[in-house]
Design a protein around this ligand. Structure first.
Ligand code: GDP
Ligand code: MG
Length: 709
């Protein structure tokens, strides 16, 4: 049986960074709260022990109100990890220790990783870890997860504790009662010999009392009453405090007898609530008092507080009037680099290579060994034409991702949510919804999952519905293909306008939904602004690699399959004879049946319909499908071929449709998972199709009225 180590701490304190550093995993790290929403496991071996490390969602407390709190609390109470590693952000000691005081009451073996020591040093602040260790009665290791300093010592100590635990389990013979008796003895011994053991803290944290004598006495009395109840047995102190606070889940779960209930009520009556202060507040207040006292003794701040660089940067970036324009300028600059000369040049080079030398070489090679005509066509026209046409946009996707990752890792994304809060509030949304929306620029699937951090069910639904309007990176190759054919002169601007339209439609849809299908009060918006951090190379590589992996696996599966299917359907007619002219193929027949729907939008021909339908598998398929259907050898030829069927106006209208219509199947299944309802999923599909159709219609017909095409 491997040992289980659980990572617990506030949001954004560096849990995932530590997890990645220890297990070698590449989980998503971002400088804002709410990145990890599900628990993730990783394995490693050390000191002869097999260990499973569990990365849990960040929480501020153990009161089970938010989904993250429920996931994390359930994990600790139900799965009983062998060791808790409590990650504490040293730059935010007071708030982080609030959770620590709650974890300590669980009475589980625990160690504190005091993270972000590097940042603390830069601010000229120091923490006396030895003193803090004594005050809390919990072993502490100062670390910097992102710089991997101190991580080794932390693991060393953790493994040491696990060894002790396994030893104790042997002694106790696996019997629960004996085990807890052993723990008690251990605790007593520590009390007696505490001073002799200065450097070797017990792995069972001493259950410190954080409260004044009156509350302490009450909590201890409650603990006596419930000690042997199932459900409290593993963490009687925690259960007693929760019962004292009136925690609903715990109170319901404890099988108190009538006698015990009376006893508990009697004890609680000794600490009466007042109209202004309930018991939960008393507990919270005393925890903070305790923490403030401890921090006052162990933290040394420089005499005059330095204005941090973060604060200086924020004076500009979150400036009342400048913030929003700056946000758009930053986006525009990113697009200019991605789609302007540098990005285009990369894409052209790759594309010329694939459609030129590579395809020609393969074709000649195959023909020289007398391969069947259809097989040559499948490889060159189908697979290289389809998958290859998408692969050539890979460099641009990576550039875009590089910049998005910098925005995420540096902490700017949280600012974006913060500055958009005020305008969004006017229309009934909050800045909190903006985080998933921004993530939607990358990929809709994790963006939809990120809505899990929204507390209010209605806001969550709403955000899930509008997030797909944000242009995901899979749609980018489609834009790139069309702008080089029709808008070569101002590529970045056209793309920027598409992205802006996505944001605008998302907000407008939110506005309408909030007043119709999803009426309700505004939720409160509390989001901390993490300090700016220099993005780590490792973090950037993880983001880009994730994207690349995703893209390549898509290219190898969905795109490949779609390319083969499209090639087949366009090469054969209904009597399964190979046709020279694809307009007599099966595909043409099917496409022609749907095409009339798109006539008012300007692209009522079968190739466009087929491309859009195939785009449901993955948005890149739109490009690969055109690649096959137009059979163009290189970029100029494909531009010419597109020019044969589209006008600039209908091309733009087509891009608008691609931007807004139903997302790919993977995203739909994420939507269905988060909505937990088929009805809402269906609603999403119908709404997205409707919105896409109406907007394209408006663009095309509006453009015609203005005499644009
Ligand atoms: P989580 O939400 O607790 O999983 O936190 P993450 O692991 O996602 O990290 C949040 C942010 O803190 C990221 O931007 C990390 O790069 C950054 N970070 C993590 N550990 C350290 C550290 O030791 N020093 C500094 N300066 N930044 C860190
Ligand atoms: Mg995380």
């Amino acid at each position: 049986m491997p040992f289980h180590i659980a990572l617990l701490g506030n949001p954004n304190c560096g849990k995932t960074t530590l997890f990645n550093a220890v297990t070698g995993a590449s989980q998503y790290v971002g400088n804002w709260p709410g990145v990890t929403v599900e628990k993730k496991e990783g394995r490693f071996r050390r000191g002869g022990l097999e260990v499973v490390m569990v990365d849990l969602p960040g929480i501020y407390s153990l009161s089970p109100y938010t989904p993250e709190e429920i996931v994390s609390r359930q994990y600790i109470t139900d799965e009983q990890p062998d060791l808790i590693v409590n990650i504490v952000d040293a730059t935010n000691l007071e708030r982080n220790l609030y959770l620590t005081t709650q974890l300590a009451e669980l009475g589980r073996p625990m160690i504190i990783a005091l993270n972000m020591i590097d940042m603390l040093e830069r601010r000229g602040v120091s923490v006396d870890t030895a003193a803090l260790e004594k005050e809390l009665g919990i072993p502490i290791c100062p670390i910097s997860a992102s710089k991997s300093t101190g991580v080794d010592q932390l693991l060393h100590r953790a493994i040491h504790m696990l060894h002790d635990i396994s030893h104790e389990e042997d002694v106790a013979g696996g019997e629960g009662q004996l085990k807890s008796r052993a723990a008690e003895l251990h605790r007593e011994l520590h009390h007696i010999h505490g001073d002799l053991h200065e450097n070797r803290l017990p792995y069972h944290p001493i259950v410190k009392t954080f409260y004044d004598w009156k509350i302490s006495a009450a909590v201890e009395a409650v603990e006596e009453v419930i000690r042997d109840l199932p459900g409290a047995g593993s963490a009687p102190r925690f259960a007693a405090v929760k019962l004292f606070e009136g925690d609903p889940i715990l109170t319901r779960g404890l099988p108190l007898s009538a006698e015990q209930r009376r006893l508990v009520e009697g004890i609680l009556a000794s600490v009466p609530e007042t109209p202004l202060v309930d018991r939960q507040m008393m507990i919270a207040d005393q925890r903070y008092r305790f923490i403030c006292g401890v921090c006052g003794r162990v933290v040394k701040k420089p005499r005059k507080p330095v204005v941090t660089l973060s604060e200086k940067i924020d004076r500009v970036l979150t400036h009342k009037a400048l913030a929003i324009p700056l946000f758009f300028v930053i986006m525009l600059v990113i697009f200019i680099i991605t789609f302007g000369p540098p990005g285009s040049w990369l894409t052209d080079t790759v594309s010329n290579f694939i459609s030129g030398s590579l395809t020609d070489g393969v074709r000649q090679g195959l023909t020289s060994v007398h391969t069947a005509q259809w097989a040559v066509s499948l490889l060159c026209d189908g697979i290289l034409g389809g998958v290859g046409s998408v692969l050539s946009f890979l460099p641009q996707i990576m550039i875009l991702f590089f910049f998005l990752s910098i925005l995420e890792d540096s902490g700017y994304m949280s600012r974006a949510a913060f500055i958009m809060d005020r305008p969004l509030r006017k229309i009934g949304l909050t800045g909190r919804s903006f985080v998933p929306m921004l993530m939607g620029f990358g990929c809709t699937v994790p963006a939809v999952m990120a809505t899990r951090t929204l507390e209010n069910e209605r806001d969550k639904r709403l955000t899930v519905l509008i997030t797909p309007f944000m242009s995901c990176s899979a749609k980018m190759p489609v834009y790139a293909l069309f702008i080089s054919a029709f808008f070569a002169k101002n590529k970045p601007l056209v793309i920027f306008s598409i992205y802006l339209l996505g944001i605008f439609v998302a907000i407008l849809a939110g506005f309408i939904l909030k007043r119709t299908a999803l009426k309700g009060e505004n939720a409160t918006f509390v989001m901390e602004l993490p300090p700016y951090r220099l993005p780590t190379l490792k973090g950037l590589c993880i983001h880009i690699w994730e994207r690349l992996k995703d893209f390549l696996s898509k290219a190898g599966t969905v795109l490949l399959a779609a390319s083969v299917i499209i090639w087949f359907l366009q090469s054969f007619n209904t009597s399964l004879e190979m046709v020279d002219d694809s307009s007599r193929s099966i595909l043409a027949a099917a496409g022609t049946a749907i095409a009339p729907v798109f006539v008012p939008l300007g692209f009522g021909f079968w190739q466009a319909s087929v491309a859009l339908v195939s785009g449901l598998a993955a948005k890149e398929t739109v490009v690969s499908t055109f690649g096959i259907l137009l059979g163009a050898a290189d970029e100029t030829a494909s531009a010419a071929a597109l020019n044969g069927v589209f006008t600039p106006l209908s091309a733009f209208s087509f891009l608008v449709f691609v931007l807004l219509y139903t997302p790919c199947f993977a995203a739909l299944s994420a939507i269905r998972r988060e909505m937990r309802s088929w009805k809402w999923t269906l609603f999403a599909i119908v709404m997205q199709l409707g919105v896409a159709w109406v907007c394209s219609f408006a663009v095309y017909q509006g453009g015609r009225l203005l005499g644009l095409g």
